[in-house]
Each structure stands twice: as C-alpha cells, then as structure tokens.
Design a binder for this molecule. Structure first.
Ligand code: C2O
Ligand code: CU
Ligand code: CU
Length: 506
C-alpha cells in the first residue's frame, strides 16, 4: 500500500471506531446495522446456497476413543442434491461439489472458541470472498460468501485462514475438498461417481488419552513445521479402500501442516497423473512415484482391471532426504480389490486444453527470496506478514501477466544450512504455470531424491521450492482488485509470518 492509501486506511478505521461509539449510544438496539458480509446481499441470486458451521465435536479415530476435533458441518439450503457430501466417520468437512459458472453463497458460522475464517484454496474469487485473515469472525458470528465459480474443473479444497492460527485449526480437523466440474472435464471421459475418490493425507500425534497433540510452538516446529507420528487418510488410520476391477480416478491432496510425501505403490507400479492443483493436464504423464508437498494435489488414473479379486496393493511414502528434512518409509493406505467390475474405461490420450499463458506476455519478473532471518523467523524478501500492509514491490496492475521467481538459497543466519528447508509456495487467486526450475550444486542431492515425482506440467497454485532452487511461475493477476495472499503452505511457517499480501490495483 502506498503512503497515501495507508493514511486513508487509518482515517477510515477512525470513522469506523466513531460509528461504533455512536451505535453504542443509540438507545434503540433494533436499528443497529449488522457488520459487513454477515448477511446475504439482496442482489445476488445463488444457484447454490450452503451453510458451513465450525463446531467442536468428537469423532472416533482410534477404536473406542472419542477424540476432540474441530469440524466443519455443512447444510445445503439450495441447489442440486449431492452438492454437500459428508465424509463418513471423519473430522473432515463435507466435500463440496460445484460446477464452473455456478453462483454460490456460503454462510460460514463460527461456533469455535476463537476467531476463524474460511479460504477456498485455489479458487479465483474477489478479495473479500477469499478468506483473508482480516475478515476473521468471532464465535457466534457469520461470514457470508458470495461468488461465481470461475475456475476450470479441478481438485480444490477449503480450510481456515486466521492469522497465526491456521496451523492449529487445520490440525484440529478443519478442511474439506471442493471439487469443481465443467463440460471439458466431463467430455474427457474419466471415471466418475463412486470411481472418483478424493483422498487427503494428513499426519497427527495422539496423547495417551487418544487426544490430538499439537506442538507447533516448539523451537523445532517453528523451524521445520509440525510433524505428526500417525498417518491419517480421510481422517482414518490404516484406511482400506475397496475397489472393483476397473479404472479409478484418485484425487490425492496433501492436507498436512508441513509433512511432504513421496508416494509409491509397494509393487513398484508407476503412476499415470491426469491432473494437478488447477485441473486436468493436457495429456497424462507417467511418474515412478509422486512428490506431494503441503496443499498440492495430484489426480491419478489407476486401473485395477488386471488385478485378481482378493488382492491388495499398498500405497506407501518412500524414504527421502530433502535438505533439512528426512523422512523414513511408512504405510499410507491399502487398496483392496473386492469385486469384479461390470464395465471399464480406458485412459484418454488427451485430457484438456489447458490454455497456458505465454511467457512472452509477462511484463514483470519479481524475485521472492525465502529465508530464515535472525529474530524474525521465516521471511519473504526479508518481511513477515502484516495484516493489511503491502510493499511497493507487492503492488500489481490489474490484468497484468507476471513471472514470480521464488528463490530458496538458504538460511541467512541461525544454524546455516540446517535451516535450509523445502517451502511449498502458494499464491491466492488465479492458478499459475511453473516455467522454470533451477537447482544449484548444493541442492542437487536433496532434489534428486524427489525430482522424478514432481509434476510441473499443469496449472498449479502451490509449488514446491526445494533448497538450492529458483522456481519461476507465470500467472495473470486479473479481474479482482484488492489484497490477496502469497505464502509458504508449511502452516507453521505461514503462521509465523512467512506470508505477505499482494495488492491488485486498477
Ligand atoms: Cu491453502 Cu492461503 O491457503
Ligand atoms: Cu489458497
Ligand atoms: Cu516454508
């Protein structure tokens, strides 16, 4: 924000405070004006109207034990049946099935003991519909979102975004899938309905009473991020996915606070990847394993048609060493082939027309240096998050196409190389395309343990930036002006302030 607009913001804030005082003096309560965005607007006519309520609840994650969680419950007020699909036996929020072009109203009601706000990760919505932390609401309050689904079909998701508390709130259970469909995706002929399975991978730690333990405040967690010692898929331990002898679309989301995965089938079968964060690829790509950093999604095509009924297949996370982060091998889930299928489909050779931007149309290249700074923790170009502040170099002209280069060249202090960690960098608003990735000599070893599982071919909103790397992404900053966020999606890094606003200006 410029000096001028900062001053005018202060002035506006002053006016707000004055009107609050006036309201308090008004003898008649009934004329008090509701806070902004708490009620539907009269001139928005939604196709879909949903209430999402965040509550404290218990679920059975371990047999016979009620674990306290924070859960998002959904209710469909208007729209096609199946729009709000609860996830059984889980703390997960309902899966929202939306379609491109739909006008959507979501009333978020916070019944938790602290402030919260929900962000639609990957969606291209106006600034005040995006779940910016400045809009966090207190217990008992409602935030009314209204937007049109502009995104192409893809695997998006939602989670809280209050400043400093995103990590613990996601950890307590608040997250869900938001699946967008469109005509192009339908035409691709991918498996649908019960053959299209969203899977979110998360790690948690339980205490002796079976309650969730979050130690995101410790010194080590500040540095590396929270790592749990139990793996959950869709909120369950040792998940078994029953399948028929046919092709499936599995949508895999890393919903962990900071853990990365290197997913492999235990029989060594390769993966056919059909989609990334921002929807379908142009054509399927094959990978020996899948590298998935926090907030990233990969849609895969798996055909169980050749497997005998009764056989099973395990998905594991393979061992890797990513600079300051080592990960052993551990099981993720088991697929059990439990029935003959009556039909099958084959993998399409063309999936979609991604319409990527042209690098030649970029007018600016901005460099974002990711570094640990003494006394300040993780920073972006030396800065940490300030609620509404924007540096000059963070203001963008609406409609422009730019290259942002994320540079992860190491610590800049404290413990030197050992602070050199991967950072999954996320930008709000429109998806981007990874257009360049350079690795220096120091980063080569860590990169090689994960590189073959990275998919830079599609639309993305979160990109893994490994130690010793410079990664360039190309995107448009169109349509909506205002404040949007870019940040590391390691939630402990984000909560510490490894997050900044950018402002799109007319
Ligand atoms: Cu998934 Cu700013 O977040
Ligand atoms: Cu986001
Ligand atoms: Cu980070």
């Amino acid at each position: 924000m410029t000096e001028l607009s900062r001053r005018s913001f202060v002035r506006l804030a002053g006016v707000g405070a004055a009107s609050v005082l006036l309201a308090a003096c008004t003898p008649n309560d009934s004329i008090s004006i509701p806070p902004p965005r708490s009620v539907p607007s009269a001139d928005f006519f939604p196709d879909i109207d949903i209430t999402l309520i965040a509550i404290e609840d218990t679920v059975q994650i371990r047999p016979g034990v009620d674990t306290v969680v924070w859960r998002i419950q959904g209710e469909l007020l208007k729209g096609d049946e199946g729009t709000v699909e609860p996830v059984e036996n889980s703390y997960l929020g309902p899966t929202l099935h939306l379609r491109k072009g739909q006008r959507v109203r979501i009333r978020f009601v916070n019944e938790l003991p602290e402030v919260s706000i929900i962000h639609w990760h990957g969606l291209h919505v106006p600034a005040d519909m995006d779940g910016h932390p400045q809009y966090a609401i207190a217990k008992g309050e409602t935030y009314c979102y209204e937007f049109e689904v502009l995104n192409r079909a893809g695997t998006y998701w939602y989670h809280p975004h209050p400043h400093g508390r995103t990590g613990p709130q996601v950890y307590m259970g608040m997250a869900g899938f938001l699946l967008v469909s469109d005509d192009e995706e339908e035409a691709a002929g991918l498996p649908r309905g019960e053959y299209d399975i969203p899977l979110v991978i998360q790690d948690r730690t339980f205490d002796d009473q079976g309650q969730l333990v979050y130690e995101g405040d410790g010194m080590m967690d500040q540095m590396i991020g929270f790592l749990g010692d139990q793996l959950l898929v869709n909120g369950q331990q040792n998940l078994i996915v029953p399948v028929a002898t046919r092709a499936y679309r599995l949508r895999v989301l890393n919903g962990s606070n900071s853990r990365m995965y290197k997913l492999g089938w235990d029989d060594g079968s390769p993966f056919s990847v059909v989609g990334t964060d921002g929807g379908l690829l142009e054509e399927p790509v094959e990978r020996p394993y899948l590298t998935l950093a926090p907030a990233e999604r990969l849609d895969i095509w798996v055909d169980f048609g050749d497997r005998p009924v009764g056989s099973s297949l395990n998905l594991v996370s393979l061992p890797f060493s990513a600079g300051g982060l080592d990960s052993p091998q551990f099981p993720v889930l088991t697929v059990l082939v439990d029935r003959e299928a009556t039909d099958n489909v084959s993998l399409p050779s063309r999936l979609s027309e991604p319409n990527f931007l042209d690098v030649a149309d970029a007018t600016t290249t901005r460099e974002i240096v990711l570094a640990m700074r003494m006394m300040r923790g993780w920073t972006l170009n030396g800065r940490t998050f300030e609620m509404t502040a924007v540096a000059d170099e963070e203001t963008i002209k609406r409609g422009s196409i730019e290259i942002w280069e994320f540079v992860n060249m190491g610590g800049g202090g404290m413990m030197g190389g050992s602070t050199n960690l991967p950072h999954p960098m996320h930008m709000h608003g429109e998806s981007f395309k990874v257009v360049d990735r350079q690795t220096n000599a120091d980063g080569q070893g860590a990169w090689e343990t994960l590189s073959q599982g990275v998919v830079d071919e599609g639309w993305k909103d979160t990109v893994l930036v490994m130690p010793g790397q410079r990664v360039k992404v190309l995107r448009r900053f169109g349509d909506f002006e205002g404040l949007f966020l870019y940040h590391c999606h390691n939630l402990e890094h984000e909560d510490q302030g490894m997050m900044r606003n950018f402002e799109i200006q007319v």
